[in-house]
Write a protein that binds this ligand. Structure first.
Ligand code: HEC
Length: 218
């Protein structure tokens, strides 16, 4: 019983010392063993800043300027919508919400003979800036990031995924690959698939076919 009272008293002291003084404000510099990023050279949202004449930390963009990279989303434009509830093949790469389809949604993309080349070239721009660091400029999975040890980067030349499956990996990510749905809009996702197909074809095209083009380019 004696021990019980001792333990009880100790517990009471412990509870009071841990819980009792919380919320008390103090002005001394706190002891920080690991300061981490407690203090940063920045202005928090809504914070005052004596740097500006009006003491307002939050600033409006300078008049008559447009922030670099800001493209006003045109909501009437189908391609400006990154995410919708539309379950069509164009938006999901799937038929009936479960089967990955293959082929480009030609009519949604308004593709024809005249603009196809520009479309594939657009795919190259998107691929080179977003994918080549991992998958390699030729799509062979030997990009610079892979050479630093990111495991399992896929060789896209060997990919057997249907177009819709590729669309899904690009939009939603898989394994070590992040989702690109936020960065790459609908039309560009299809453009990059078209470009990957052209990379695959370039590797598998019969020699006679490429020989003439190769020699012509010399
Ligand atoms: C950070 C590196 C990285 C980047 C950037 C990246 N990928 Fe990937 N990708 C991977 C990895 C890793 C995998 C294998 C994922 C897994 O574990 O299944 C993969 C898988 C894929 C696959 C699946 C291939 C198959 O047959 O299963 C496709 C398609 C693909 N990536 C396309 C792209 C495209 C298009 C881009 C650019 C928009 C891109 N990736 C950007 C790392 C990357």
């Amino acid at each position: 019983m004696r021990y019980f009272f001792i333990i009880y008293a100790l517990l009471a002291v412990l509870v009071v010392s841990i819980g009792g003084f919380r919320g008390e404000k103090f002005k001394d510099t706190p002891i920080r063993i690991f300061p981490d990023m407690d203090e940063q050279d920045r202005i928090d949202a809504q914070e005052l800043s004596p740097f500006f004449a009006d003491n307002n930390g939050a600033r409006l963009p300078v008049e008559n300027t447009v922030p670099q990279g800001l493209v006003q989303a045109d909501l009437a434009d189908e391609n400006a919508k990154q995410f919708t509830n539309d379950n069509s093949y164009y938006h999901t790469g799937m038929f009936d919400e479960k089967v990955f389809g293959t082929g480009l949604p030609v009519s949604d993309l308004a593709l024809d003979e005249a603009n196809l080349e520009a479309f594939i070239k657009r795919g190259k721009v998107v691929f080179d800036s977003n994918c080549a660091a991992c998958h390699g400029v030729s799509g062979n999975g030997k990009g610079v990031v892979a050479s630093y040890g990111v495991p399992g980067v896929f060789n896209l030349i060997d990919s057997t995924l249907p177009d819709g499956g590729m669309f899904d990996v690009i939009a939603n990510g898989r394994g070590n690959m992040a989702a690109f749905g936020y960065q790459i809009d609908l039309k560009d996702r299809w453009a990059v698939i078209a470009y990957i197909r052209s990379l695959q074809y370039a590797r598998k095209a019969p020699l006679e076919q490429v020989k003439a083009a190769y020699e012509a380019a010399q």
